[in-house]
Design a protein around this ligand. Structure first.
Ligand SMILES: [Fe+2]
Length: 334
């Protein structure tokens, strides 16, 4: 078992890795679109997901009620070591070492939407950089209660990596759209507060309208279009999960992605890697779930992993780095 001490000891090397990255690449959006000969530069970005950063300090069941109580019991019992901090730290070290142009996190950075979890998750992810280097969307665990939803707690910790400083709070609505020289990224929120034992999601019609409007702008005609959403879009085999954990308007999201000419739709939520393609009218929409990036298990289907996407024009290459619990490090999946 990895102890909290080993996590603290690792922080020095994590900061070292961040410095190495900073000296290598100053910002995700600063790379040039074309070289001197006019060829498109490749863009490399990582997808992390469902890192579920824990914060057990001061966590007492007597402080919780309702949905949080069931979640806290789950967290303190069977999920206690499911996403240990040392794995998150190994993950971030490894991501830094890949010297990428950008990193996206497709939701569930916390467990119970507690301020302590958000603080720790935000501090850890800042190792990767700010707005230019990092995009984080909320998952159902990040809008775990009506209070967290009402207070927009996720945006209070991650609004600055989604929206430029000049955007006032009132205009900070999803999707956040980031424009890179050859890629445009729309970050949706499917996270809504749900009753106990439920984990479904929904993307509002207004968000989808704004997404289509932004991505169909003529200036993005030649750009590779990427959309992020936490909930998966495929049907799960479990009848209970099909009811409790689904994206309620998955079909509408897919339809609007085709309307917007989206090339790649990235999701999390299932903790299982997933890839599919839908072809309609000659256009291909790739839909990819990375799986959880911090899951501490010997199950080869569920152990921590993350994807690295290389985009060159309309060409997409996907590689996966997976965690080896015995060696306590990530390496390429063969
Ligand atoms: Fe989730």
């Amino acid at each position: 078992m990895l102890s909290p001490t080993s996590g603290l000891a690792a922080r020095g090397s994590l900061e070292g890795a961040a410095k190495r990255r900073a000296s290598y690449h100053p910002g995700g959006v600063d790379f040039k679109e074309q070289g001197p000969s006019g060829e498109l530069h490749t863009v490399r970005f990582a997808q992390l997901s469902d890192i579920h950063v824990p914060d057990f300090e001061g966590l007492h069941l007597r402080d919780f009620a309702g949905k949080r109580l069931t979640g806290a019991i789950n967290l303190l019992t069977k999920r206690r070591n499911a996403h240990p901090l040392p794995v998150t730290e190994r993950l971030l070290e490894d991501v830094v070492d890949q010297k990428l142009d950008h990193v996206v996190v497709t939701g569930d950075v916390t467990n119970l939407s507690l301020p302590g979890e958000f603080q720790r998750a935000a501090k850890l992810l800042r190792i990767l950089g700010g707005y230019n280097a990092l995009t984080v969307i909320p998952g159902n665990h990040d809008v775990y209660t009506r209070g967290a939803e009402r207070q927009q707690r996720f945006l209070s910790y991650f609004g600055d990596v989604l929206f430029q400083e000049s955007v006032p709070d009132t205009d900070r609505v999803f999707p956040a759209v980031k424009v890179f020289p050859s890629v445009v990224l729309a970050a949706l929120s499917s996270a809504v507060a749900t009753p106990p034992f439920m984990a479904w999601g929904e993307v509002s019609t207004e968000q989808l309208d704004r997404m289509v409007e932004a991505l169909t702008a003529a200036e993005h005609d030649r750009r590779f279009k990427v959309v992020l959403v936490h909930h998966h879009l495929h049907e799960e085999s479990s009848r209970w999960k099909r009811y409790s954990a689904r994206l309620r308007n998955a079909q509408a999201v897919i339809d609007r992605c085709f309307q917007a000419g989206v090339d790649l739709l990235l999701h999390g939520h299932t903790h299982l890697a997933h890839r599919t393609q839908i072809v309609r009218g000659g256009h291909t929409l790739s839909i990819i779930g990375s799986g959880s990036s911090t899951q501490n298990t010997t199950d080869p289907d569920r152990v921590a992993r993350y994807n690295i996407y290389t985009v060159n024009g309309r060409a997409l290459r996907i590689r996966t780095r997976v965690y080896d619990p015995a060696a306590r490090r990530f390496g390429w999946m063969l």
